[in-house]
Ligand binder design. Sequence first.
Ligand SMILES: NC(=O)c1ccc[n+]([C@@H]2O[C@H](COP(=O)([O-])OP(=O)(O)OC[C@H]3O[C@@H](n4cnc5c(N)ncnc54)[C@H](OP(=O)(O)O)[C@@H]3O)[C@@H](O)[C@H]2O)c1
Length: 324
Amino acid sequence: MNRTVIINEFGGSENLNIIDHPINEPNVGEIRIAHKACGLNFIDVYQRTGLYPLKLPQALGMEGSGIIEAIGENVTHLKVGDRVAYASMPPGAYCDKRVMPAAQVCLLPDEISFEQGAAMMLQGMTVEYLLNRTTPIKAGDTILFHAAAGGVGLIACQWAKSENITLIGTAGSDEKCKLALKYGATHCINYNEENFEEKVKEITAGAGVDVVMDSVGQSTFEGSLNCLKPLGMMITFGNASGPIPPFNLGQLGAKGSLKITRPTLFTHIGNHNTCQEMAKNLFAKVTSGQIDIIIGQKFPLSDVALAHDSLEQRMTTGSTILTM
Ligand SMILES: NC(=O)c1ccc[n+]([C@@H]2O[C@H](COP(=O)([O-])OP(=O)(O)OC[C@H]3O[C@@H](n4cnc5c(N)ncnc54)[C@H](OP(=O)(O)O)[C@@H]3O)[C@@H](O)[C@H]2O)c1
């Protein structure tokens, strides 16, 4: 049986169905992978609920790791038997085996386990582009990073520390704040207990931060803008609390000539060479010991609905994986 998780309609985690999906030979530019694990990401929740609409029925899952079983024509960077990991379109990683495009599949260094590989590709390459490819950020700069104890968050805390960037994190509990501090956040604000805007002003002696990285969206957006220095950069890259309502660009001028961008990982990794380079940078951070991939939760594939509920209900820390 080739277990594959699909949705037939948008909605809650009860719509996640495990079916037996036929498995084919790869076509040109494709590979067949036998998964060891796959990663759970907040985008999977957006896709399941229909916030990011997909054509139905649809398999879910954007990241995984495993062993190459078969190779289509014109795939030159991989061979049968390779250990690999990926974050890639199209969705469909929650399965035992799949045929998929090869372009974003990367060779996994031997020092990195399959479980780490499945946990780190999507979240880690996101941190790579946020810190390296979105706006100039240098040692000594200060960034505000929301949901700092989450999957993307704990990687960001460690990456920022490794580059001497001051990261002010936020998180939803004191326990989560402790975790973010342990993994390199310089400060962490429990934004369920304290007004993060006031705390950021206090920490920066009124100056504000150079960059905000906000994946929480609706509930933090306005406050995040108020944390920026004049000419600061707002990077809004997610909507865990809901999408940001329509916004008057004039506010950017009034708040001090602020800049704003709304990037996605999939634009960055759309180019094969860029994707492989981003993965290489991430692998280097992990194999050198600068970044530890924290797998806070592991679920068997059969418990995918429980895994979704935990992520959505803010019960997770670090990365979450599903094992085969
Ligand atoms: N644009 C991109 O390229 C890109 C790529 C990867 C990820 N992302 C985004 O980055 C964010 C983090 O992704 P992740 O997979 O690592 O998830 P995660 O951070 O592990 O989980 C999301 C966290 O958001 C916080 N949150 C705040 N308000 C929430 C609410 N109302 N409902 C649920 N969670 C809420 C929670 O932390 P607290 O309890 O600490 O508040 C929760 O644990 C997501 O928004 C995701 O879509 C964007």
